[in-house]
Ligand binder design. Sequence first.
Ligand code: GLU
Length: 445
Amino acid sequence: MTGLVRFAPSPTGLLHVGNARTAMLNFLFAKKESARFFLRIDDTDTERSKPEYEAAILEDLGWLGITHDLFARQVERADAHRAAAEKLKAAGRLYPAYETADELDRRRKRQIAMHKPPVYDRAALALTDADRAKLEAEGRKPHWRFKLSNSKVKWRDLLRGDVEIDTATLSDPVLIREDGRFLYTLPSVADDVDFEVSHIIRGEDHVTNTAAQIEIFEALGATVPLFAHFPLLIGAGGEALSKRLGSLSLRSLREDGIEALALDCYLAKTGTSDPIELRPSLDALATEFSFEKIGRAPAHFVPDELTALNARLLHTLPFEAVAPRLAATGIGGGAAFWDAVKPNLTRLSDAADLWTLVSGPVAPVIESTAFAAAAAEHLPPEPWSEATWLAWTAAVGTATGTKGRALFHPLRLALTAREHGPELKKLLPLIGRAKALARLKGETA
Ligand code: GLU
């Protein structure tokens, strides 16, 4: 199949896991179906859109491995949007309305008080040319509404099946504001038309928009794309993700040491019938992608599930995969250190803390000076290997008459000052004889 999907973020903030899931589902679908992926920056809200957010979106998607085949900024397509607006006007589907926000609000409140749905009453359609001229002479500027057909719009949603929405239950959407700027709806449809978007895959919070948008596609004489609306990703407690955006931004997850591939797998699998498990690549995730696997209930974002996936991924990574990042944070020890600590990591950033066990300074915990002295006495000469630990502890055990926890626990406390940690047979050669000896003597080293 050839086709085009689009991810259309507004650069008004950082991407969070919910947005990223939308991007991921579009990307996997495109990969699986050999469609292209269009990244469209929905920046018509010039007050809230910021270039630094656009840059952050590009960086965050790049981090996830989500690449695009096409790119556009809506602000640069104003001519196309104006042309679409003219077409709608010519077709009698775009009309000027002059109510202020206050007037609309009062009307809505009256309707609600009368138990009527708060749908725009189309008073503006009854205005005569003379009425409009009078309003404009008073300095009023119109906003422009799309005239819905007030009929049933139907589509076969690739996720929800047959959907039917009666547009008589909706207010005619405002497409252009008083100041001439476009709201989201018309630029979105006009761009979907011009770029020939074939599939619109997005959250189910857009289902109602889709009914109006389908009418706009039709009014523009364009082919209506296929739609797939998936249940949103919500917080573990059922709350909307935007409320906790800070901690759930891709930026903060990355800074927190989450691996891109762990998040890729999480985003691809959460809310599906597949288990949330590691896959080796985006290609593998794409092969397994199917709308049929996406459940009808909202997917819950459970940070612990992501962290567990991250830990499992780290445990499989070879040293080469992390070497530059370890080096960048001043962590030495090469492959031997990585091999020693990776089973203990949840996040790569945990490695920095464990590196201090090797590099020091460690203020040792000595439970028994006599025991520590005996242990120091039996430290074999270097060179050391993983086998050193076994030979050494056997000798210390014999000398002190200890075994099991009574033998190993004081050694761990003396060498690392911690109750738990990486396997000592792997750490010991990294710590080295000089430091091990000093620590056994109770010296900070
Ligand atoms: N910019 C819109 C949003 O972020 C795009 C929605 C859509 O997919 O049409 O909600």
